[in-house]
Design a protein around this ligand. Structure first.
Ligand code: B4P
Length: 189
């Protein structure tokens, strides 16, 4: 079973690349960002809670995020493997994922899309012009997301380095070029 974490700063292309990877490798794509946005759109209690954090560029609390992720995995027991996109973003989330996946062999690999900050800000503000996403429209909110990534999320990369599972992939170039780099790593699993 392949249990892949697609990792990287906001705007690094995780969602974009996950869409292509699931088709090629027949895996289930679980994006916590998409799950939150679905709940926000449908005004569920979970969505209302998540919105107050996401709109400011803050992380949603671990307890809420972990329970939502577990429910999604439990709903889909018969899959060939998963691409976790945007999860884990904190050490407690990584520990919860390890526990959840231990019956199926644990995390196979963490692939980090490496993109310089100024390129990320440019991509996100550009997406904000058409996406309607409040968290993509304001320079300060975008920079807050980047600073939260450095503080809370980078330690997750180091956590899996200790297990020999973290790999950095250069995330600048055309969508096809980045996809080819990711595929090379996935083919090794
Ligand atoms: P996410 O939905 O995960 O959003 P993201 O980090 O902005 O996006 P991603 O990296 O997938 O970028 P994309 O491919 O779209 O999270 C949103 C928020 O939800 C978080 O800030 C947080 O508040 C909350 N949240 C989610 N998960 C959480 C968790 N586990 N714990 C707590 N809170 C959580 O690409 C971005 C743009 O770049 C697109 O416009 C795309 O077209 C463009 N692009 C992609 N690849 C490109 C390339 N190679 N060249 C040029 N442009 C490219």
């Amino acid at each position: 079973m392949i249990n892949l974490i697609l990792f990287g700063p906001p705007g690094s292309g995780k969602g974009t690349q996950a869409e292509s990877l699931v088709k090629k490798y027949n895996l289930l794509h679980i994006s916590t960002g998409d799950l939150f946005r679905y709940n926000i759109k449908n005004s569920t209690p979970l969505g209302l809670e998540a919105k107050s954090y996401i709109d400011k560029g803050d992380l949603v609390p671990d307890s809420v995020t972990i329970n939502m992720l577990k429910a999604k995995v439990d709903e889909n027991p018969d899959v060939k493997g998963y691409i976790f996109d945007g999860f884990p973003r904190t050490i407690p989330q990584a520990q919860a994922l390890d526990e959840l996946l231990s019956p199926s062999g644990g995390v196979s690999s963490l692939l980090m899309l490496d993109v310089p900050d100024e390129e990320l800000v440019k991509r996100l503000l550009n997406r904000g012009k058409t996406s309607g996403r409040a968290d993509d429209q304001d320079d300060q909110i975008v920079r807050n997301r980047l600073s939260n990534y450095k503080k809370d999320t980078i330690p997750v990369f180091d956590y899996y380095v200790d297990e020999g599972k973290s790999v950095k992939i250069w995330g600048v170039g055309s969508l096809e070029e980045v996809f080819a780099r990711l595929s090379l790593e996935l083919d090794r699993l």
